[in-house]
Design a protein around this ligand. Structure first.
Ligand SMILES: Nc1ccn([C@@H]2O[C@H](COP(=O)(O)OP(=O)(O)OP(=O)(O)O)[C@@H](O)[C@H]2O)c(=O)n1
Ligand SMILES: C[C@](O)(CO)[C@H](O)COP(=O)(O)O
Length: 247
C-alpha cells in the first residue's frame, strides 16, 4: 500500500522474442534460430535469459515451428508465463503480433532470437532507459569509418562517425508508446496495403515513423552480435565459451 492507501501497481514486463525469420543469409537447411549453439537451439539462449527478468515471454516463431517450440519450452523450468505464437512474413509483422500478445504488460522488450549473446546488463540498461524516457534501444558506437557510395563504387561522402550508432535489440518501450505505434502502422497497412509501410527494419523505426515520441538509445554491447551469416556462429561460440570459462 502507498501513503494514500491505494494498492501499488507492480510493473509487468514482457519479452517478445522474435524467431520467425527464414535465416536466408545463414544458408543452412534449418533456420538459424533452431541451429545448435553450445548444446541448445539458438532461440533458447534468449528465452532462458529473459526468463530471469520478464513476467511474460512471447515467443514468435514460424507457423510450422509453433508445436516444436511449445514442446521444447514445456520441458524447461521457466518462471515467466510463456506463450508461443506464429509470426508473419516480415520482421515488423512478427513484431506486431508479439506486441499484441504482450499488450497486458507495462514494459515490452522486443528482442531478436538471433542475438543469442545478449547479456543481462544490456537488458537492464534498456529497461532503465524505457522507465525514464519511454524507450531504450540497445546501441553501440561505430568502430569503423563509413562511406556513402554510388552503384559504381564511387565514394559520395563520409558521414561524421560520432553521430552514427549500430542498433541492436532488446528495444524496450512503455506499453502505450509501442502499442500506439503498431496500431497506427496496422491502420496504414489495412487502409493502404503493406507497401505503404515502407521498409521497416526495427521497432524503434515504427515509433519514430508512426508516433511523435522521441526514441532513446541505451548502451548495448559489441558482444551482442546478430547471427546473420555462417561466421557469426563461430564468433557466438567464442563469446559464449569465454563467458562459461569466466564462471
Ligand atoms: N518475418 C520475420 C523475419 C525475422 N524475424 C526474426 O527477427 C530477427 C532478426 O531478423 P534477421 O536476422 O534478419 O533474420 P531473418 O529474416 O531470419 O534472416 P534473413 O534476412 O537472412 O533471411 C530474427 O531473430 C528473426 O527470426 C521474425 O521473427 N519474423
Ligand atoms: C532489429 C535489428 O536487429 C537491429 O539491429 C535489425 O535491424 C534487424 O535485422 P535485419 O537484418 O535488418 O532484419
Amino acid at each position: 500500500m502507498n501513503d494514500v492507501g491505494k494498492q501499488e501497481h507492480k510493473e509487468k514486463k514482457a519479452a517478445v522474442i522474435l524467431a520467425a525469420g527464414s535465416g536466408r543469409r545463414m544458408n543452412t537447411p534449418v533456420a538459424k534460430q533452431f541451429l545448435d549453439l553450445m548444446g541448445i537451439p539458438v532461440f533458447l539462449h534468449s528465452v532462458r535469459l529473459f526468463d530471469k527478468i520478464a513476467d511474460k515471454i512471447v515467443l514468435v516463431t514460424s507457423p510450422d515451428a509453433v508445436e516444436y517450440c511449445r514442446n521444447l519450452l514445456e520441458k524447461e523450468e521457466l518462471c515467466a508465463e510463456v506463450i508461443v505464437i506464429a509470426g508473419k512474413s516480415e520482421r515488423f509483422l512478427s513484431s506486431m503480433e508479439g506486441v499484441r500478445a504482450a499488450s497486458d504488460c507495462d514494459l515490452i522488450m522486443i528482442h531478436d532470437a538471433a542475438r543469442a549473446c545478449v547479456d543481462m546488463e544490456v537488458i537492464e540498461r534498456s529497461i532503465a532507459s524505457a522507465r525514464i524516457h519511454g524507450s531504450g534501444v540497445a546501441a553501440v558506437p561505430l568502430k569503423d569509418t563509413v562511406k556513402v557510395a554510388d552503384q559504381n563504387g564511387m565514394v559520395l561522402s563520409t558521414p561524421d562517425r560520432s553521430t552514427l550508432r549500430i542498433i541492436q535489440t532488446p528495444q524496450t518501450f512503455k506499453h502505450d508508446i509501442i502499442c500506439a505505434a503498431y496500431d497506427h502502422l496496422n491502420h496504414i497497412i489495412e487502409t493502404k496495403g503493406i507497401k505503404a509501410a515502407g521498409s521497416i527494419t526495427d521497432d524503434a523505426m515504427v515509433v519514430e515513423t508512426f508516433t511523435n515520441q522521441k526514441v532513446y538509445l541505451s548502451e548495448g554491447s559489441y558482444e551482442n552480435i546478430k547471427l546473420t551469416t555462417p561466421e557469426d556462429m563461430t564468433a557466438a561460440h567464442g563469446i559464449l565459451s569465454a563467458r562459461t570459462r569466466e564462471m
